[in-house]
Write a protein that binds this ligand. Structure first.
Ligand code: 13P
Ligand code: SF4
Length: 329
């Protein structure tokens, strides 16, 4: 009888063989299960994965993440076949703003440039001028304001990222839509306070999607890849990781001699990000999935919105490969 560990190894072997045969690239967000990240060619944050999707020569992209990420990959690589590994994985934050909401928001603030977080549908991007991720939001806000000679911009849908950007670019007025990430909002500031009392030397690293009181306690604020890199570069031993639990899991695996704790852990798990299993990847590689299609009438406008982000001077590449060296010092 084959035990579960042997079955999993066999599945991983099949995925690797299929990936080669189909010339496919597997991308995984850092909120995915660690076994999914481990079979990916690249794992990282939304910006790093978009950059990979734009640059790859692979014929097929298998995206282990949520729907807006696979749509973004398709917009950046229109000639490639893009699969969302589990087609049921959506983002509740992205769903918080509809085209009707955005039309109303724009009508209430006429003439202002619209900056959409990448966590939006292609339809919303088609109605927006600029796009950003959590890794480059302040840079894109500055770029958008300069390019349009405006000292005010509209930001959507995440109010928490918007308020963080406002602290980074005080010279621009950020008028924002009232959306949020339910996963980050379930994290309780009281739990962060308790952990800091228990581990006074711990570093607190937070994602900008966290509520303000958590960010105010943080030693470092950044995207998921930025958090991983900052933790690995730090000489601290204990880390309070204020973002979806996948990041702590990644870090615990890579740096087993350090302690990474997710506050309010049971609630800080994005159910959508955890929908993808190795079986979904195999099925997608076998073509047993529906490729992402973007309606023709919105394609060019949504693409122009994403391309605006690629025009903003890049910082360091925000993606990691499973082969990178874990920090063990
Ligand atoms: P990034 O750090 O990739 O920007 O992640 C935020 C997020 O919520 C993805 O769903
Ligand atoms: Fe959406 Fe939040 Fe889940 Fe990211 S973590 S996919 S923003 S619900």
């Amino acid at each position: 009888m084959v035990n579960p560990a042997e079955r999993k190894q066999a599945l991983i072997k099949e995925i690797k063989a299929l990936k080669k045969e189909k010339s496919a690239l597997i991308l995984a967000h850092l909120y995915e299960r660690v076994d999914v990240q481990d079979v990916a060619d690249v794992y990282g944050d939304s910006l790093g994965l978009s950059q990979q999707a734009a640059e790859t020569d692979a014929h097929t992209i298998i995206f282990c993440g949520v729907h807006f990420m696979a749509e973004t990959a398709k917009l950046l690589s229109p000639d490639k076949t893009v699969y969302l590994a589990n087609p049921n994985a959506g983002c509740p934050m992205a769903d918080m703003i509809t085209p009707t909401d955005l039309a109303k928001f724009k009508a209430e603030h006429p003439g202002l440039p619209v900056l959409a977080y990448v966590n939006t549908s292609a339809e919303i991007k088609a109605m927006s001028d600029y796009c950003c991720t959590s890794a480059n939001a302040s840079d894109v806000a500055r770029f958008a304001a300069k390019e349009t000679s405006s000292n005010e911009i509209l930001f959507l849908p995440d109010r928490n990222l918007a308020r963080y950007v406002q602290t980074q670019v005080p010279e621009i007025k950020i008028t924002y839509f009232d959306g949020f990430c339910p996963t980050h909002m379930r994290m309780e500031v009281g739990d962060v306070v308790k952990l800091k009392k228990e581990y006074p030397d711990a570093a607190i690293l937070a994602h900008p999607e966290c509520d303000d009181p958590i960010k105010e306690m943080a030693d470092f604020i950044g995207s998921t890849t930025a958090i991983v890199k900052a933790a690995k570069a730090s000489d601290k031993r204990v880390f309070i990781i204020c973002t979806e639990d996948g990041v702590s899991q990644r870090l615990s695996q890579d740096c087993p001699d350090r302690l990474f704790i997710t506050p309010t852990r049971a609630s800080a798990i994005c159910p959508n990000m955890k929908l993808t299993r190795l079986e979904n990847i195999k099925r997608s590689l076998m073509g047993d999935n529906t490729p992402i299609e973007i309606p023709e009438e919105i394609f060019d406008k949504a693409k122009a919105c994403i391309d605006s982000m690629m025009r903003v001077p890049r910082g360091e590449k925000q993606s990691l490969t499973p082969e990178h060296h874990p920090v063990t010092a």
